[in-house]
Design a protein around this ligand. Structure first.
Ligand code: NAP
Length: 347
């Protein structure tokens, strides 16, 4: 077989219904590249933002959507010595970000460069992370480590103040970032709190993933008060701030003295008049507020070691096939709000 099936989005903002299937050549590996046979991908809120046009960073025309690649090495360029045909691998979200901060917004898979919604992809060997052979994690679990997984790991371990056992971690919502944050923080011995608009989703977070406390942010709009009460007024050491300007006031009100707020998402917005005095609140509590840009390959490698050693697979709510209708249904599920991840398996 020298051709493959590839899905492309004609342009940013075209809507996910505009995604079309194409038949294209399987790429060849250049000297320092590998070709990956992709086995699974997972969807992220970013993919919806790109398709609907409110993603704030560059996206190329006719891009192959989705960032999360999990597969096996199909072919190697002549200068690649660190990988072998058949190795189980994932690719880093930003293929140029080996360590340290992300340098620009031009190298993220599934936006400025082609991504995972295809059967094969050629990538620099330097962007590839080898998975331990005996991992209990499935390909959808492995794909989940790429974007939301590394983001959650970065929030917990990417600063100079990594999570310590016994600290308290708060995740906003039950999407991919939050559920991964819950899974990792629970496994690392933290006390965990999660919010959701749904009591049913809170039950899953508590019963299957060990959340110690859950608050419904719809029926308890002042959810920070409930968090402060639960922590006996001490507040939370690390917050996964997925809401953005619409939730930052409450996050500042329930972060602990010296705690950290990881600014991750933009799921809700507040007008300028409703924004709190962030500088004053941060000064008052001696806390820190840090923007997260997914994370480097080095962070992803640390995450892979922990997740594979401990068999930590984030909740995959549903897995779809590699037909156009299935792809559109996967986007529809993402839009409705799944618990954890939505996956697509690629034959
Ligand atoms: N900075 C980065 O590097 C980075 C990386 C990955 C993701 N992100 C961003 O992080 C956010 C989450 O991404 P994701 O992929 O995890 O999304 P997702 O899987 O689509 O999860 C969305 C969930 O967030 C919850 N939510 C929606 N509005 C909320 C609000 N006002 N307060 C609290 N929770 C709310 C909902 O959970 P319930 O249904 O339980 O209410 C919803 O199901 C997005 O904004 C995304 O763009 C940023």
């Amino acid at each position: 077989m020298s051709t493959q099936r590839v899905f492309r989005l004609p342009s940013k903002g075209a809507g996910y219904e505009a995604i079309q299937e194409h038949t294209e050549p399987i790429p060849q590996a250049q000297a320092h590249e590998v070709v990956i046979k992709i086995h699974a991908t997972t969807l992220n809120y970013r993919d919806l933002a790109i398709a609907k046009g409110f993603y704030p960073f560059p996206v190329k025309e006719n891009a192959v959507p989705l960032s999360d690649i999990a597969g096996t090495i199909h072919a190697l360029g002549p200068n690649v010595t660190t990988l072998t045909k058949g190795d189980k691998v994932i690719a880093n979200f930003d293929i140029s970000n080996t360590f340290g901060p992300q340098q620009d917004w031009l190298h993220g898979l599934g936006g400025p460069i082609d991504g995972a919604l295809q059967q094969y992809i050629a990538l620099p060997a330097s962007a590839i992370i080898k998975i331990p052979e005996k991992t209990p994690l499935t390909y959808p679990h492995l794909a989940s480590l790429v974007c939301t997984g590394t983001t959650a790991w970065n929030a917990l371990y990417g600063s100079g103040h990594p999570l310590k056992p016994g600290q308290t971690v708060l995740s906003l919502g039950t999407g991919g970032v939050s559920m991964t944050g819950l899974l990792l923080a629970h496994a690392a011995g933290a006390r965990t709190i999660i919010t959701s608009s749904s009591d049913e989703k809170l039950s899953i977070a508590r019963e299957k993933y060990g959340a110690d406390f859950g608050v419904n942010y719809t029926t308890t709009p002042n959810w920070a008060d409930a968090v402060n009460e639960y922590t006996s007024g001490e507040g939370v050491d690390i917050i996964f701030e997925n809401g953005g300007s619409g939730t930052i006031a409450q996050s500042l009100s329930c972060v602990a003295r010296g705690g950290q707020i990881a600014i991750i998402g933009f799921l809700s917005s507040a007008s300028q008049e409703d924004m709190p005095d962030v500088a004053g609140a941060v000064l008052g509590k001696g806390c820190s507020v840090r923007g997260i840009n997914v994370g480097s390959k080095q962070l992803t490698e640390d995450l892979v070691r922990f997740a594979c050693a401990r068999g930590l697979g984030v909740h995959v709510e549903r897995t779809y096939g590699f037909e156009r209708g299935e792809v559109l249904r996967a986007f529809g599920d993402l839009e409705r709000g799944a618990v954890g991840k939505i996956a697509i398996e690629i034959p």
